[in-house]
Design a protein around this ligand. Structure first.
Ligand code: AMP
Length: 392
């Protein structure tokens, strides 16, 4: 089956087409600056990347261009050759616990989820509508970033806030990166040939979250009601005392939204280093002796280590720790420092193995009490696989 995995943002549309069940990529690409001028798209095919300028007025034009490219490049002969489409959706609210087939009932219910991710969910809907118009007879599936975390127990997802807030407004921990954590759990379980693993999955990228998983069930995850919570990130603060918000509102004569924006977009690595939200830039700053870059690095590693230690406790001991995503897959220094910061758990490093990047590798020492792996994530494949399983 030829399955298209789609991630639509407000001005972008990323896609990967897979052949399933084999899982090989047929073509991938990205439409950028949709509806905001100077739009263009890139296509990756047979290891080559081509970039083309194109006036992409809206998502429908991006979708029709994508279909033309699929046909021109002989990936499909006609629209009928596209067997299914899987859409990534950031937030499924309290009701969506797994991936679902799109139909009218879904579209009606999804309206109730918009408020949980007011920036992302409307953009996903634009993408879904554009594909529904272009391919009305092709089955389409939604894969939620929050769904995996719906398996958390009540005492883990509730906040110690007035109970009615959850009853009235569904204020609770939803988490994010669920598709990535589910991929990591599934893949490491297959590789180690176990289905009862206690996994600490560390998705460390521009946005970062950790997830404690016991035999496929989420015990806890670090992001919360929104992706602002948890570890320190590229531009997001992670967990902070909420009292800081009204304090800064008053001191700087800002609105609550302004300060929330500061916590989401001007904090984390960027806020502390003052240099960049990009880990590589912060690393360059450290190499040049920049104190604030060094501080940002130390704070990032400590906040990741703290979650690992907490999750090891929540799991009553873990079987495996896995690093993934941009920083997790690539940063030798971050992994070294985090492992140093959790040495009280008996974790040790294999320096040579840790020198590898972007591949599946065991990086802990032979004497480590918990094995630590690097495993590249593949959310697109997970989305395509769910779509395949649902429409099959
Ligand atoms: P992601 O959000 O998963 O795409 O991850 C983005 C983050 O990964 C950015 O902070 C990048 O600086 C970081 N990153 C990407 N490649 C590397 C690398 N080779 N070494 C260190 N960090 C990297």
């Amino acid at each position: 089956m030829k399955i298209l995995s789609v991630n639509a943002g407000s001005s972008s549309l990323k896609f990967t087409m897979f052949e399933l069940p084999a899982g090989n990529v047929l073509i991938s690409g990205n439409f950028e600056k949709i509806g905001i001028g100077n739009s263009f798209y890139s296509i990756k095919l047979d290891g080559e990347k081509i970039v083309k300028e194109k006036d992409l007025k809206d998502h429908s034009i991006a979708v029709s261009t994508l279909i033309e490219e699929l046909i021109d490049n002989k990936i499909v002969n006609s629209l009928d050759d596209i067997d299914g489409i899987g859409h990534r959706v950031v937030h499924g609210g309290p009701n969506f616990k797994e991936s679902v087939l799109i139909n009218n009932a879904f579209l009606e219910e999804f309206k109730n989820c918009i408020e949980y991710a007011p920036l992302h969910n409307p953009a996903h809907l634009m993408g879904i509508n554009a594909f529904m118009e272009a391919l009305p007879n092709t089955p389409q599936v939604v894969v939620f970033d929050t769904a995996f975390h719906q398996s958390m127990d009540e005492e883990m997802y509730l906040y110690p806030l007035p109970y009615e807030w959850n009853e009235k407004y569904h204020i609770r921990r939803y988490g994010a990166h669920g598709t990535s954590h589910r991929f990591i759990n599934k893949t490491i379980s297959e590789k180690l040939d176990r289905n009862d693993l206690k996994v600490i999955s560390c998705h460390i990228g521009n946005g970062s979250s950790l997830c404690a998983i016991n035999a496929g069930k989420v015990v806890h995850t670090s992001m919360g009601f929104t992706p602002l919570a948890g570890t320190m990130m590229g531009t997001r603060s992670g967990d902070v005392d909420a009292s800081i918000i009204p304090f800064i509102v008053q001191k700087e004569n800002k609105t609550c939204e302004d300060v929330l924006n500061d916590l989401n977009k001007k904090s984390g690595l960027l806020g502390v280093s003052g240099v960049s939200s990009d880990f590589r830039e912060v690393q360059n700053g450290i190499n040049e002796g920049n104190h604030r870059c060094k501080l940002a690095f130390k704070m990032l590693c400590q906040s990741i280590a703290n979650y690992i230690a907490m999750y090891n406790n929540m799991l009553d001991g873990s079987d495996v720790i896995v690093f993934t995503a941009g920083i997790g897959e690539n940063s030798v220094t971050m992994r070294r420092q985090v492992i140093e910061n959790i040495k009280s758990l008996g974790v040790t490093i294999d320096e040579e193995a840790n020198g590898k990047r972007g591949e599946f590798v065991l990086i802990s020492g032979k004497d480590s009490k918990i094995p630590v792996y690097v495993l590249p994530t593949n959310e697109e494949l997970m989305i395509a696989t769910d779509t395949y399983n649902i429409i099959k």
